[in-house]
Design a protein around this ligand. Structure first.
Ligand SMILES: Nc1ncnc2c1ncn2[C@@H]1O[C@H](COP(=O)(O)OP(=O)(O)O)[C@@H](O)[C@H]1O
Ligand code: SF4
Ligand SMILES: [Mg+2]
Length: 352
């Protein structure tokens, strides 16, 4: 598959119209409120494909990652992994199906590893839980996995707390790969690490992905890295997937104003440019605006944006939800000028 191809017909994972609504303590008449962490998400991950997920903090990236891994039950919608609806299965069957097929790497290895278990046991745990092979087979597999992630065999006998952050994340990756998954979901896998080791861990993940032919969902707020390592980039805003585009089209063929604003905020060193200014109020997932969720900050918004949620428009594997998408090939400088000169930004409208 080339980086420009649309998802294959036989996906590893599919989300269809998936929403997650949390009940929250509220001050209203009924003493509680609703927080829309994820709304009507559709997403497909093809075999061997890397899908990057970007968006600012709180936009629902981790919620979507947890839904994909079966760690969060959707309030509505369907999650299909390797052709099977995972929430139509019994609990044991679902744990088996997802546990063997999906590896998860979290942001903070210190928090996600059992600190009382020696590394050997941490890495072996999925093999024990899923009763894979004999004791000797499992020990051999642990040795193989440590090798694969670049840890010395002596690391097997230490506790996670005795390792550096980067080494601990290597242990997490070894554990995630223990059962030879077809999909790895990495949620901000380098964000909690020292800057000096981030590239090493990222390169390890990418190398293993390629060598083992694994599909990957790579969640990060670092949009430039996501673009570089992904086949497709999914932009989320306030719990919604607002764009799903082949990575090679970014940034100048990105059609959603928010995707373009995200890219403009992290210009390349060789191509410095002012960010697109976003001046309106940032809405809350507990009280999302009517119509398009981005309309309180969007310089291209018109009345229809406050009235109707845009339907997804799809062309050649590129999906965008916007009433006024940015035409392909529009440079960032043009959008900066457009945003600056927007005389009466809808950004100042009241949330309804
Ligand atoms: N268990 C929960 N209960 C209530 N709200 C939650 C819960 N988990 C996440 N949220 C809220 O859901 C929204 C999305 O969170 P999250 O998926 O963690 O976003 P991101 O990973 O993009 O930062 C946020 O507003 C967050 O506060
Ligand atoms: S639908 Fe309207 S408010 Fe939303 S991103 Fe498009 S132009 Fe902006
Ligand atoms: Mg998160």
């Amino acid at each position: 598959m080339t980086r420009q191809d649309p998802p294959t017909l036989d996906p590893v994972l599919r989300l269809e119209d998936v929403s997650v609504v949390h009940r929250t303590q509220g001050t209203g008449l009924f003493g509680h409120g609703s927080l829309h962490a994820l709304t009507s998400a559709d997403l497909v991950v093809g075999p061997g494909e890397t899908v990057g997920v970007v968006g600012e903090s709180g936009c629902g990236k981790s919620t979507m990652a947890k839904v994909m891994a079966g760690l969060q039950r959707p309030t509505t919608g369907t999650v299909t992994f390797r052709g099977r609806d995972v929430w139509a299965m019994g609990d044991r069957e679902r744990r088996r199906h997802l546990g063997q097929g999906i590896g998860m790497v979290f942001q903070d290895p210190a928090a996600s590893l059992n600190r009382r278990m020696p590394v050997r046991q941490v890495v072996r745990d999925p093999l024990d839980v899923h009763r894979v092979g004999s004791t000797a087979d499992r020990d051999r597999r642990v040795a193989e996995l440590l090798d694969l992630v670049g840890l010395p065999q002596s690391a097997a006998d230490v506790l996670p707390g005795q390792l550096s952050g980067g080494q601990r994340q290597r242990v997490s990756i070894a554990r995630a790969l223990a059962l030879e998954p077809s999909l790895v979901i990495a949620d901000e896998p380098t964000s909690a690490l020292d800057v000096s080791v981030r590239a090493q861990i990222l390169n390890l993940l990418l190398d293993l992905r390629t060598r083992l032919g694994i599909a990957m969902v790579f969640v990060s707020h670092d949009i430039q890295t996501v673009k570089r390592v992904s086949d497709r980039v999914v932009t989320m805003y306030l719990g919604r997937v607002v764009e799903d585009t082949p990575a090679g089209l970014l940034p100048d063929d990105g059609a959603h104003p928010y995707t373009r604003a995200l890219f403009s905020a992290t210009p390349g060193l060789l191509d410095p440019i002012e960010p697109i200014p976003l001046v309106g109020p940032v809405p809350s997932a507990a009280n999302p605006p009517s119509g398009c969720p981005f309309r309180t900050r969007c310089w291209r918004a018109t009345d229809v944006c406050g009235e109707l949620m845009p339907e997804p428009a799809v062309t050649a594997g590129h999906l965008v939800r916007c009433h006024h998408p940015v035409p392909a090939g529009t440079g960032t400088a043009t959008l900066v000028a457009e945003a600056v000169s927007a005389t009466k930004p809808v950004a100042t409208k009241e949330l309804s």
